[in-house]
Design a protein around this ligand. Sequence first.
Ligand SMILES: O=C[C@H](O)COP(=O)(O)O
Length: 254
Amino acid sequence: MGRKFFVGGNWKCNGSTEEVKKIVASLNAAQVPSQDVVEVVVSPPYVFLPLVKEFLRPDFHVAAQNCWVKKGGAYTGEVSAEMLVDLSVPWVILGHSERRALLNESSEFVGDKVAYALSKGLKVIACIGETLEQREAGTTVDVVAAQTKAIAEKISDWTNVVLAYEPVWAIGTGKVASPAQAQEVHVELRKWLKANVSADVAASTRIIYGGSVNGGNCKELASQPDLDGFLVGGASLKPEFIDIIKSAEMKKNA
Ligand SMILES: O=C[C@H](O)COP(=O)(O)O
């Protein structure tokens, strides 16, 4: 079976009740390809998850932006995987580079989080990606392979994992990776999965791209054979997110 195109909208730490209602209304009114062609997941801050879940169209789904590494308890400020399951939140983003960099989340910690979230029945968008310094030093593939290894060591079933390749230098900078740069890393990740996990996991795992994706660059990126969708930040708060969802049509015609 082919890899269904996936478009995630990571709203990060943005929004108010009024803004969230407006975004949801615009998503609900949009004409987009069917669920057979594209899986759409939006990720508001925790506090807006119930509101978004209540009003969002049924063919779109929600994700949390993080969850705790183990069962809840005395961990002030954290939200557990069990709580997300309780709220029927199906997806969670883990290992985003902003958390790795600003909150010192190590690859090992991210691997533990991915394993725990999966064990509780959540589906995971697991983020990896190199910094500009690492790219310029020629270590991109080593870096993303090591980040992927830290996850692979902790899980055996990849069915509910989407791997999001997000070069740190492209996030929120307007400097998008070229389609060739993105394709190259996605191919290397698939090779790594084939060599270190299995051919089946390499062929079936969706690898999506994130970093300054917008309505203008999405089609060319989407036409890359190993790019299975997007994790969109800034543009997911704007009407152009609909155009990004529609870029799934590039695959249908491929
Ligand atoms: O999770 C999304 C990424 O951080 C991309 O953000 P961006 O589209 O604003 O560059």
